[in-house]
Write a protein that binds this ligand. Sequence first.
Ligand code: AMP
Length: 294
Amino acid sequence: MSLAVGPSERPLAVVREVAALRSAVTPWRAHGETIGLVPTMGALHAGHMALVERARAECDRVVATLFVNPKQFNQAQDLASYPRDEARDAALFESGGVDLLFAPPVSEIYPEGFSTTVTVSGLTDCLCGIARPGHMAGVATVVTKLLLQSLPDIAYFGEKDYQQLLVIRRLARDLDIPVEIAAVPTVREADGLALSSRNAQLAPQQRALAPLVYRTLCEAGSRILEGVSVIPSLERARKDLLGAGFDKLDYLELRDGETLAELFEAKPGARLFAAAWLGAVRLIDNVPLDSLRA
Ligand code: AMP
């Protein structure tokens, strides 16, 4: 997917130190301006830009962050191959109306001797919390830091990473961080594939299969709504994906959209979740059951 870079009204300032970030946002807050935060790992696509757009529409000032967080990668190869292009990302942030980009080096976020980890229990005992050991704690730790460093009024996260969104909501509430956590619906390609920075790593044949994750979740959800039992519906969906050529499934489950408790029958707020591998690329997606009602 290509994203157009157009002229922006305000030039983008880039800071790399927490002190500089604080110096920039303090006067905005003093003048009563509201601040929206959009945390990213870069390799921007239209999903990230939907968060920027929401923040731009709802806040006086928009701060974006660009930090490929080593603590949330549980595989060294995944971290090493993560796409990076700061100049392109900065141009896109600028064209989206971002005021300030915080793009720190790893040493600024995790200085020598860093020894604190934020863990959210319960919500992380399933899905990616199990499939990617350490990942959720890595996310929770860095997002806690970014929230405390920038003290935004609203921070924007995508429903694409739904478990992450719930974990961040919970940590903000539990730690009394005075921020609203806003959820932005998943942005998809025309064929249904959820936009992801990792999609670029798919070979053409894998890219052709990738939309099946979403399609299969929708089909399973529709069957459940038609009255087919949950367990066989999910079993068939798993078989469909593996039969189509997916190499491995980490999970394909129906869970409560607030507690993430596993569900064996349909109920309001339920969501289907899947994580599926095509070669070395792991795709995740989720669909609210209610969105599939005819
Ligand atoms: P990432 O750079 O992958 O860490 O993602 C940064 C933010 O963008 C997270 O809040 C993601 O949930 C969100 N995001 C990623 N992909 C999408 C998408 N397809 N639609 C909406 N938000 C997304």
